[in-house]
Design a protein around this ligand. Structure first.
Ligand code: ADP
Length: 189
């Protein structure tokens, strides 16, 4: 059976969001993107948004306490009961531990962690291109470099965390959207 409680891990620009959307359409499970939820909070001018904005613009990680609260609220909503795809959470070991605590409380277990691998020069190129198209306020070169540094220092170590749990699937992120999607689908069977 195809796994339905998933986590996507990968550096900024690896295509996590795009692939998460595909999986959402194919499996009918919600995409839970902390980046999208935080951007919505900034737009709405909520307390979470006010706390997050400065970190996001600089390309730094938003404090664990804030992000963990956002993720927990979202995972508790009814549409996540039959499955979900986490995109951009967890990003630190404290967040991974918080997730390990909240999932059993909600009655679920994570089935797969898909790690998308892409080399760094390709990533920076992709992000600068996206900056031109989407005009996201954190897609400038300095913020991109900071986000890469944050990824390497704090998020990449989670790959071995999920490998040790025996749920890691590593996928080559090179090529077009369909090629990567096919590799992910094969890894979820
Ligand atoms: P990208 O993967 O391109 O960096 P995201 O949309 O996932 O984009 O995240 C944008 C920003 O939102 C991050 O740089 C960070 O400031 C914040 N953010 C999103 N998810 C998290 C998280 N799990 N922990 C801390 N900060 C986060």
């Amino acid at each position: 059976m195809t796994a339905r409680r998933l986590l996507l891990l990968g550096p900024p620009g690896a295509g996590k969001g795009t692939q998460a959307q595909r999986i959402t359409e194919e499996l009918g499970i919600p995409q839970i993107s902390t980046g999208d939820m935080l951007r919505a909070a900034v737009q709405a001018g909520s307390e979470v948004g006010r706390e997050a904005k400065g970190f996001m613009d600089a390309g730094e990680l938003v404090p664990d306490r804030v992000v963990i609260g956002v993720a927990k609220d979202r995972l508790g909503q009814p549409d996540a009961r039959e499955g979900f795809i986490l995109d951009g959470f967890p990003r630190t070991s404290a967040q991974a531990q918080a997730l390990d605590e909240m999932l059993p409380e909600l009655g679920f277990a994570l089935e797969r962690c898909v790690a998308i691998r892409v080399d760094e020069e390709e990533l920076v190129g992709r992000l600068l291109k996206r900056a031109e198209i989407e005009g996201r306020s954190d897609d400038n070169e300095e913020s991109i470099r900071t986000r890469m540094g944050e990824y390497k220092a704090k998020t990449a170590p989670l790959i071995s965390y999920y490998e040790a749990k025996g749920i890691l699937v590593e996928v080559d992120g090179k090529g077009n959207v369909d090629e990567v999607a096919a590799r992910i689908a094969a890894g979820l069977e």
